[in-house]
Each structure stands twice: as structure tokens, then as C-alpha cells.
Design a protein around this ligand. Structure first.
Ligand code: SF4
Ligand code: SF4
Length: 363
């Protein structure tokens, strides 16, 4: 394979322990060894030695959520996310990606989003028409919000308006490249998508990013690829925690025992661990999940639901079980996409709220 030397070293070394097994949401959901980082490395080492074709194991390469649980937990410092992304890129370049992945890539090319949706949701259209067309601050919604969770945008905008923030939302918002990066790694198309998005963001002084997955690529990969826009990029949760800390927003605590579902991009990639907790502690009584902060376990998303819905339902059910285990009655989520996955299997006796929904309810 044409993957980096570091990734080759990783697939050779990351196959002698199971120390990260318990934090893999996919492995926990399927109960199958093949879904762990170790097993993936083992199968790819067979491909590297010519003992198996990549097409035999490529489904397994796309069964990883790239959540970084294994990387975070690996005492020896190996990074399974890196080799997984590199192998995805190689498969696509060689025409060896699964058909269901090619279909998602075709959707991006045809519709500008991985879901192939061509109509803007009425909630988003109405929101945009009620906002100023020009402002120094842009609220960047992201593809998953626009296509799968427009209510998240409406609630987030309402919170910002209550805080007196003047902002605009783009009708023709460019895709951040996050989905492409997930499916194809650092492909030329991913870079071009990132560059086009960064050019638009650069027209603002400040960009508030709703989806942690978009914030992660903008704050990490855009810099690595030297396309970072010359503007302040801030996550919605970081901005919100600041507005609460400085007294601009004064929530009243809701009398409910609530758990918070960490977004992996916030805690593992952006190191924003405590900001959501400032929000949670201001709005409710936070009870931590047993595995929280950087040790969190992912609860699903809309992108992987497109091609492995049954497993993602199991992933989300597991996280609900974790919340129930600590006696929480409310689960609060900072990732719009994860919210949709968790909502699809919500237990009847528990409640689900997004971060903006929680803040609105407590103001
Ligand atoms: S990523 Fe690290 S902890 Fe996980 S199996 Fe590989 S070597 Fe072990
Ligand atoms: S990145 Fe996440 S889903 Fe993939 S192997 Fe590691 S823990 Fe499992």
C-alpha cells in the first residue's frame, strides 16, 4: 500500500494488545473483534504483505467512526485513525472503495452534500430570511445541521439573539469538507473543498461553528493544508460558555438529573473539555457519564447511518444505556449529527436535548 511509513509502522505494531477495545463504540455495538483497532491493523498488515487484497477488508476500514477513542487510549502512542484515513484514500484512488461509499461521494459531487439533498429545509430558509444579510459574524451551520437537523440551527440562532449577538447565516453555505475528509481522507478534492470554504469564511471577522466536526477540520486540517482563513473561528459551545461566564446569559437551573454526551471532536481534537460543562452546570444538574471527557464513547452520527444504520442504532442504544446507568433523565448533546442518531432510539422514559435547546429552556 502507498500509505505513510508511520501508518505502516502502526499496522505492524498495533496488533499485540486490546487495551483500547473497551472504548470502541463500533466494537462494543457489534461485539465483533474485527471492529477493533487491533483487528483492523492485523487485516491491513495482511494486505501490506500481499496476503489479501484490499477489497477483502475495505468494508471493515469504513466501519470505523474515526472517533479517536483508540488513539486516545493507546499507551504506546499509535494512531489507528491515521492509517484508516490513509487506506480510505488509497482505496478511492485505486477504485477499490465499496459501492455504497462511491454513492456518497457521488452525492457530494452532484448535490454538494453527502446525503444528496437538493432542497433547503424550510426552517433554514425562514431563519435566513429573518437575519441580516450582512454582518461581521457568520453562524456556520454545516451540512449535517442543514440536511438532517435544522431545528439545531433555529435553536442556536435564538440563543445568540437572546445574547444580543448580531450575525448572519449563508443561504449558499459552502461545505466544510468534513464528510469528504471522513470518506476519502486528505484527497485533492477534500483540499479543494476546504480551500473554497475557507475563502468564504475569510470574508468575516468571526465565524461561530455549530458542528464540532466542522470546527475540527477548520481549526486543524485547514491549518495543516495552509488554507486557514484570516478570521476568528470559535465553536458554538465555547462562545456560549463565555456568554454565560461573563453574565450575558443567565440561565436558571432546570431541576433534572442530566448527563452530557461529549462530542469527540471537541474533547479529543479541539481540547474543549470544560466549556460544555460550564453550560451544563449553569443550566442543570450535571451527572457525568462513567466514561466522559476524552474517555467518552461516541453515540453515532448521520453519515454512518447512511451505510450502516443497524450498527449505528446499536451504538446509540449503548450510549442511552450508559446514561440510564447513572440515573440520568436527560441527555444533552453538542453534536447535531450525534443528536439525530440518539434521537432515533430515545427511550420513552428519558429526554434528549441539544445544547442550544437546553440553554433556551433554561433562560
Ligand atoms: S491502538 Fe494501541 S491500545 Fe489499541 S490495540 Fe493498538 S496498540 Fe493496543
Ligand atoms: S477510531 Fe473509534 S471507531 Fe475507530 S477503531 Fe478507534 S475507537 Fe473504534
Amino acid at each position: 500500500m502507498l500509505i505513510s511509513q508511520r501508518s505502516k509502522e502502526t499496522i505492524d505494531a498495533c496488533r499485540f494488545c486490546w487495551m483500547c477495545r473497551h472504548v470502541c463504540p463500533i466494537g462494543n455495538a457489534t461485539g465483533q473483534e474485527r471492529n477493533t483497532a487491533r483487528a483492523r491493523a492485523l487485516t491491513l498488515s495482511l494486505v501490506e504483505r500481499g496476503a489479501a487484497p484490499l477489497t477483502d477488508v475495505i468494508d471493515n476500514v469504513y466501519e470505523c467512526a474515526l472517533c479517536g477513542g483508540c488513539t486516545n487510549n493507546c499507551m504506546t502512542g499509535w494512531d489507528p485513525v491515521k492509517f484508516t484515513k490513509e487506506v480510505r484514500l488509497e482505496a478511492i484512488q485505486n477504485g477499490e472503495a465499496p459501492e455504497y461509499i462511491n454513492k456518497l461521494l457521488d452525492n457530494i459531487e452532484a448535490a454538494g452534500n453527502v446525503y444528496g439533498i437538493t432542497e433547503t429545509a424550510a426552517e433554514i430558509t425562514n431563519l435566513i430570511s429573518a437575519l441580516p444579510t450582512q454582518a461581521d459574524t457568520l453562524l456556520y451551520l454545516g451540512t449535517d445541521v442543514r440536511c438532517k437537523n435544522p431545528a439545531y440551527a433555529v435553536d442556536a440562532a435564538a440563543v445568540l439573539q437572546k445574547a444580543g449577538v448580531t450575525f448572519t447565516v449563508l443561504k449558499d453555505e459552502p461545505d466544510s469538507g468534513a464528510a469528504l475528509e471522513f470518506l476519502a481522507g486528505e484527497a485533492e478534492e477534500t483540499r479543494q473543498t476546504a480551500e473554497a470554504c475557507a475563502k468564504v469564511l475569510g470574508g468575516y471577522k468571526k465565524v461561530i461553528v455549530l458542528d464540532p466536526a466542522d470546527a475540527k477540520i477548520m481549526k486543524h486540517e485547514y491549518r495543516e493544508w495552509d488554507v486557514a482563513p484570516d478570521c476568528e473561528i470559535v465553536t458554538f459551545t465555547k462562545l456560549l460558555s463565555g456568554l454565560i461566564a461573563d453574565g450575558t446569559l443567565v440561565p436558571q437551573k432546570l431541576p433534572v438529573k442530566a448527563a452530557y454526551q461529549d462530542a469527540f471532536a471537541l474533547v479529543r481534537d479541539l481540547d474543549e473539555v470544560e466549556d460544555p460543562r460550564v453550560i451544563m452546570n449553569a443550566c442543570t444538574n450535571l451527572t457525568e457519564m462513567l466514561l466522559n471527557r476524552k474517555e467518552m464513547i461516541w453515540g453515532g452520527n448521520t453519515l454512518m447511518t447512511e451505510y450502516m444504520p443497524d450498527v449505528i442504532r446499536l451504538v446509540a442504544k449503548n450510549r442511552w444505556a450508559n446514561a440510564a446507568h447513572i440515573g440520568a433523565k436527560l441527555l444533552v448533546v453538542a453534536s447535531p449529527s450525534e443528536y439525530v442518531a440518539l434521537a432515533s432510539v430515545k427511550p420513552e422514559d428519558m429526554e434528549l436535548m441539544s445544547v442550544p435547546e437546553l440553554v433556551l429552556a433554561s433562560l
